[in-house]
Design a protein around this ligand. Structure first.
Ligand SMILES: [Zn+2]
Length: 300
């Protein structure tokens, strides 16, 4: 069972695992491009995406990032996509002021309420704990506290945890905190692993049983897609094809086609043909898009 913004479903079909349809990080980033609010353009692109065969997206915008639950419902209705919502907190310095004032218990209860009763004054429920993050090459004390709280909520609700690593760093440290809390690592997705081009590191994370997010595909200013493909090929060769999930993580207006960006259909139009050309079988790609997301997201 998976809770979408329009109710429960049993299967999701082809799924993008880590996306945003609206968010606003411009307060701290001081860059108007990061106020990702062109809902009309997003809707047009998502309609096209659905026509190209994608069925579902996991929306990982949470508290403090400008989550907009009603827009998620509207876009689910107008595009026909399943949209799965999230709750949690992002990372410093994007945590809301109340995170520093309330107790662990109060914050945990807030997230549990988002899952069990509804978010932001609605009856629309979150399904995922994400995206919860850490800083570049370090975890602040407050981020450690965040992971501890998220671990608690996972133990209470069984919900999958989607992390954000900054440029693919601190993945093993994230896993260690969650492991100490007895989190089921088969319900954990380590995000943005594809920004770290280090095969040994990928294997160490994969050996823990987590999912690995190849979820910034097309962001070639950080990492060429050829490197992503090399990592995927090697992980598949080592038997980890059941742990790979795909997404784009579009977060800026300039990522949209209208503003000359790659747009939401990039995986279908460009990346999958490259994977096939590199020798990855279609049934393996289907695991990345269908079987793995469904296994990760489904809770009994
Ligand atoms: Zn992220």
């Amino acid at each position: 069972m998976i809770t979408t913004v329009k109710g429960k479903v049993k299967r999701l079909g082809k799924t993008y695992i880590h996306e945003h349809i609206k968010l606003d990080l411009s307060g701290h980033k001081k860059d108007p491009d990061t106020n990702y609010n062109d809902t009309n353009e997003v809707m047009l692109e998502l309609k096209e995406l659905k026509k190209k065969g994608i069925d579902s997206i996991v929306e990982v915008t949470n508290r403090g990032m400008g989550r907009d639950v009603l827009i998620m419902v509207e876009l689910a209705e107008r595009t026909g996509l399943n949209i799965i919502a999230s709750t949690g907190f992002y990372k410093e310095p994007f945590l809301p002021q109340y995170f520093y004032q309330l107790s662990d218990k109060e914050l945990s209860n807030m997230l549990i309420k988002d899952i069990e009763e509804g978010m932001d004054g609605t009856h629309i429920k979150a399904h995922v704990l994400g995206e919860v993050g850490t800083s570049h090459n370090r975890i602040t004390d407050t981020e450690r506290r965040l992971f501890y709280i998220i671990g608690n909520v996972h133990l209470n609700t069984g919900r999958p945890i989607f992390t954000h690593t900054t440029l693919g760093t601190m993945a093993l440290e994230q896993i260690q905190i969650l492991e100490e809390r007895n989190v089921d690592l088969e319900k954990v997705l380590i995000g943005h692993m594809d920004l770290n081009y280090n095969m040994e590191y990928h294997l160490r994370v994969a050996d823990k049983g987590c999912y690995l997010g190849f979820d910034t595909i097309g962001k070639i200013n950080y990492q060429p897609d050829e490197n992503r493909i090399q990592l995927i090929k090697e992980l598949v060769a080592r038997g980890h094809e059941n742990q790979i999930v795909l997404s784009l993580d579009l977060t800026r207006k300039s990522h949209l086609k209208k503003y000359k960006g790659i747009g939401y259909s990039y995986i279908v139009d460009k990346f999958i043909p490259l994977l096939i050309e590199s020798g990855i079988k279609e049934e393996t790609i289907s695991k990345f898009l269908v079987d793995n997301p469904n296994r990760l997201l489904n809770i009994s």
